[in-house]
Design a protein around this ligand. Structure first.
Ligand code: HEM
Ligand code: HEM
Length: 281
């Protein structure tokens, strides 16, 4: 029997037997349908999935180097911006530099969501409200399926985190501390609006902190109670994918590393130029 003969369409009942557990059915079907509605090339078959698992063993490369560097740089610069913001005075110069770095990182991640590797792309991890609610339902019963990339709730959390980081760094550009620190774009909005934006800059930081706390609790939950090594995944890029419902086909997953690096460097250059351009407005 050839490989082509063994290929099963996603709707085949045999697929469900492959995964066994009842509660995973909806996720496999709705996840793949979700994506195939948008892009037929993203339809995953059992044979593709099996190819992928056997080709990569139990672990697969999920997060490319740019996603990982982006993540830990974001953690560092948000933390340092918080600390320097609290110190005030001379430290405000560093606070502003951290803010520019965060701005660049967010622009990078937005572009990488279109140009990056399979699991980095928005179309891979942004799920419909229906799938997200179904995932939430299964999570409440502690029967949620395993995802290689971001799960449906995690995907929306990523969007929220990026928006909040963008707001934080973006609003900083128009902020002033009424003493000697002024964002580089204050001249575009005038003093009164700048004071108003500064209030939002401070208030929304608390919202960002709350969402980060939920994010970290979510990671700890998967790590401790579901025994999914997410943290190791964000460090090494590799995650066990044998049970995942959102596997990339071999074709989708493999990309020339050289091409990825060149694309990444171009996207970094564009992001730096974008920040530069913004600051010169
Ligand atoms: C300033 C604080 C943080 C921010 C703004 C943040 C933001 C993010 C974002 C945007 C992503 C998505 C990555 C991508 O697709 O590009 C992510 C994923 C992730 N973060 Fe964080 N993060 C923060 C802190 C942390 C900390 C402290 C940990 C460690 C406990 C952590 C662990 C992870 C992990 C494991 C993932 C991958 C989740 C998965 O496998 O689906 N994050 N984070
Ligand atoms: C994502 C990055 C950023 C974070 C997390 C952040 C966070 C904060 C926080 C927590 C404060 C309040 C400190 C306090 O308790 O007084 C603050 C104040 C401030 N931030 Fe940011 N900020 C960021 C980016 C920026 C940027 C890019 C600028 C300007 C270029 C900026 C300009 C200011 C100014 C002028 C204040 C002083 C407000 C005052 O004390 O009245 N921030 N920031």
């Amino acid at each position: 029997m050839t490989l082509a003969d063994t290929r099963l369409h996603i709707s085949s009942p045999l697929l469900l037997l492959t995964y066994g557990e009842q509660e995973r059915k909806f996720a496999i079907i709705s996840t793949v349908k979700d994506h195939s509605d948008r892009d037929p090339s993203m339809t995953t078959t059992t044979a593709d999935a099996t190819d992928n698992i056997s080709a990569h063993g139990q672990k697969s490369q999920v997060w490319d180097i740019f996603v990982r560097l982006f993540h830990w740089a974001l953690v560092f610069f948000i933390g340092f911006a918080w600390w320097t913001g609290e110190q005030g005075g001379e430290w405000m110069q560093w606070h502003m530099r951290c803010g520019y770095a965060v701005l660049g990182l967010v622009i990078f991640r937005l572009l990488w969501g279109f140009a990056g590797s399979f699991y980095a792309r928005f179309r891979q991890f942004i799920y419909s409200p229906k799938t997200t609610l179904q995932y939430l339902g299964s999570l409440l019963q502690r029967k949620e399926p395993v995802y290689a990339g971001h799960n449906p709730l995690g995907g929306w959390a990523v969007v929220l985190l990026l928006l909040l980081c963008a707001f934080q760094a973006g609003s900083g550009l128009f902020a002033n501390d009424d003493i000697f620190t002024e964002g580089p774009l204050v001249h575009l909005v005038g003093y009164d609006l700048s004071i108003e934006i500064t209030k939002w800059h401070k208030t929304m930081f608390n919202v960002l902190l709350a969402v980060i706390a939920v994010h970290v609790v979510g990671v700890i939950y998967h790590q401790r109670f579901r025994k999914e090594p997410l943290l190791q995944g964000m460090i090494t890029g590799q995650k066990p994918v044998a049970e995942a419902v959102d596997l990339a086909t071999a074709e989708q997953a493999t990309k020339s590393p050289a091409r990825l690096i060149v694309t990444g460097l171009i996207v970094i250059a564009v992001s730096v130029a974008a920040v530069w351009g913004l600051l010169s407005l």
